[in-house]
Ligand binder design. Structure first.
Ligand code: SAH
Length: 213
C-alpha cells in the first residue's frame, strides 16, 4: 500500500472511531482531499485529525469535528445550505457533495478568494463563496434548509435564525471565545426553536464586521 493510501485509511479510521458514522458524510470526506485546502508547511499533516493554521490567523477545523458537525446537519441532496466561516473552504467542499447548493461566507476577502480558487480547481460548481460579514445573513438567497456556523458565537445570530426554514437545522458552536464552547443544534419548528447540546468544542470567535484582508 502506498503511503498516501495508508494515510487516507487512517484518516477514515480516525473519523469512524470518533463517531462519524453517516455513510454519505464518510464518502464525501473520502472523496474531498483535505490536502488541497492546507497550504505550505502544514500540507503534509492534512490527514491527521488535527486543526491546522491557515491564512489570516484562522484555522481549518479538525476533520472529526467537520464530520460530526456535517452529520448533525442531516443534509439531503435537495438542500440549500449556508455556511458562515469559509476559512480554507474544506467544510464547504464536504457540504457541496451532500447538498444541491452551498453558499459560504467569510469576513476575510483573502480566504474567500483562495477557497474559490480551490473550488474551481476541483470543479465544485455548486458552491458560491462570498466575502461578507456572515452575522448579517444572506437575505438575497434566504431562506435556507441548513445553516452551519464554523466560528463561535455568544448566541446564535438573530438574522441567521430568521433565515432558517421551518423544519430547518442550524449547527453552531456557542460560548465565549477561547473558553469551552458547546456545539448546539437548533431546529426551527412551526412555533419557535428547539435547542440540543451536542458536545464541547473549541472554535475561533465569530467577529462582526469585515477583516482587514
Ligand atoms: N470552515 C472552515 C474553518 C473556519 S475557521 C474550514 O473548513 O476551513 C472560522 C472562520 O470564520 C474564519 O475564517 C473567520 O474569518 C470566519 N469568521 C469569523 N467571523 C465571521 C463573520 N462575522 N462572518 C463571516 N466569517 C467569519
Amino acid at each position: 500500500m502506498t503511503l498516501d493510501a495508508e494515510a487516507k485509511m487512517q484518516f477514515l479510521f480516525a473519523l469512524r472511531s470518533r463517531g462519524v458514522m453517516d455513510k454519505r458524510v464518510l464518502e464525501a470526506m473520502e472523496k474531498i482531499d483535505r490536502g488541497a485546502f492546507v497550504k505550505g508547511l502544514f500540507a503534509e499533516r492534512a490527514y491527521e485529525d488535527m486543526p491546522l493554521p491557515i491564512a489570516c490567523g484562522q484555522t481549518i477545523s479538525q476533520p472529526s469535528i467537520v464530520g460530526l458537525m456535517t452529520q448533525a446537519l442531516q443534509v439531503d441532496p435537495r438542500h440549500k445550505v449556508l455556511e458562515i466561516g469559509t476559512g480554507s473552504g474544506y467544510q464547504a467542499a464536504i457540504l457541496s457533495q451532500l447538498a444541491r447548493r452551498v453558499y459560504t461566507m467569510d469576513r476575510h476577502k483573502r480566504l474567500v478568494t483562495e477557497a474559490q480558487a480551490v473550488f474551481d480547481a476541483l470543479d465544485l460548481a455548486n458552491i458560491t463563496a462570498i466575502a461578507s460579514d456572515g452575522t448579517r445573513g444572506l437575505p438575497e438567497q434566504a431562506p435556507f434548509d441548513r445553516i452551519l456556523i464554523t466560528a463561535a458565537a455568544e448566541d446564535p445570530p438573530g438574522p441567521l435564525l430568521a433565515e432558517l426554514k421551518v423544519g430547518g437545522i442550524m449547527v453552531v458552536p456557542v460560548g465565549q471565545s477561547d473558553a469551552v464552547q458547546a456545539l448546539i443544534k437548533v431546529t426551527r419548528t412551526e412555533t419557535g426553536f428547539d435547542y440540543d447540546e451536542l458536545r464541547q468544542v473549541r472554535f475561533v470567535p465569530l467577529v462582526e464586521g469585515m477583516g482587514a484582508d
